[in-house]
Design a protein around this ligand. Sequence first.
Ligand code: CMC
Length: 428
Amino acid sequence: MAESAELRVGDQTVELPVVEGSEGERAIDISELRAQTGCITLDPGFANTGSCQSGITFIDGERGVLQYRGIPIEELAEKATFLEVAYLLVYGKLPDKEQLEYYRESIRYHTMIHEDFRSFFGALPKDAHPMAACSCAVGALATFYPDSLDPRDPRQVEVSIHRLIAKLPTLVAYAYKHSIGQPAMYPRNSLRYVANLLYMMFGNPCEEYDVDPVVAKALDLQFILHADHEQNCSTSSVRLVGSSMVNLFAAISAGINALWGPLHGGANAEVIDMLAAIRDEGMSGRQFVERAKSRNDTSRLMGFGHRVYKNFDPRAKILKKACFDVLDKLGVHSKLLEIAVELEEIALKDDYFVERRLYPNVDFYSGVIYNAIGTPSNMFTAMFAIGRLPGWIAHWAEMHADPQFRIGRPRQIYTGRTKTAFTPIDQR
Ligand code: CMC
């Protein structure tokens, strides 16, 4: 017999179904609760609320497990490329050789953006934050492709997915070039996905630019580790916005904005700024950790802590090792990496962090790699967005295919004034 839970509200007892996931996670289905009792549930920050059932990514925060479509992140990091992972997330299985070749070709074919994007970026201030530029550029794709905006038409959705995955690196690179006053580089489609991005970011029309394979591999790894993380803030935003039946470009643009925040994807830039400030101000790691603990100081140890991971973040483990490998291969000595390692060692032994179960998250080491390969810190989160894009798309598509699909519309408990008469202006 299916398991159920009993809930007593006043003198009424209701029976609620228990739903079990494929990895044994359990949830109490409260979708009929209000109809039966008049009560809703209240869960600020949604720390205990499942918004959907999903077959894309599994996380066990207690054991530090992360799997995309059942495959452990450690294996994907070692054996897959980012485009294979993107395919896996969006289509549910790894591509065979033919599928991968077709997919690569299609992505390659769509990398160019409309020439009018030059004037679009040209209209933005030079110091526009790349995340603002990218979110509005992605939203603007809807103006260039009015023929593929219907979320109910599979052909239109498919072409929009390919356009997005292909064009986001070009848009990110254009945003960067605009911010430094260099001419935007057209994509070079003989290059692979990540190499093409590096070429568009760091090449210029006057010089030859050879992509360093060590750098390309490091970036590919970062993208794989960022590709999905189930119902995080930006993915939930993509689902919620997408649930209004708006087009995919608009939903992804919302995701980019959500990712920008310093508590989410923006943390990678904050980490590097924090490490640079410690270096430049000559502060010790211990001094900074004390500041991060203090209630009288707003500093946090950026790149530490996670809503779900309570023992370790498997992505941070992989990235820490990658940091040492990449810097070693590039022959870069990084003071910032030294400071990061020192901060981690201090925090992991400190009661404050131990009691609250705060560990390095994916953003703690990712910025050190971006920094070592020459990416300015204001571009880190835009790079993260390229990595997260397939996850957002996979969730958007899964939501639309769900037979239980409805517009997302949370409720609230109202705590404002009760019914109040309107006061005419001369009596206020
Ligand atoms: N430094 C110092 N104290 C911290 C930190 C930190 N990095 N993170 C959490 N705490 C403290 C927090 O002050 C609170 O203490 P108390 O119980 O005394 O009030 C306790 O730990 C619980 O924190 P919380 O903010 O209630 O936890 P949350 O699950 O709501 O937030 C978080 C998770 C990731 C937003 C938070 O840990 C944080 O702000 N970390 C720094 C920012 C960061 O690295 N974000 C990247 C997250 S992973 C990648 C991504 O999402 O893109």
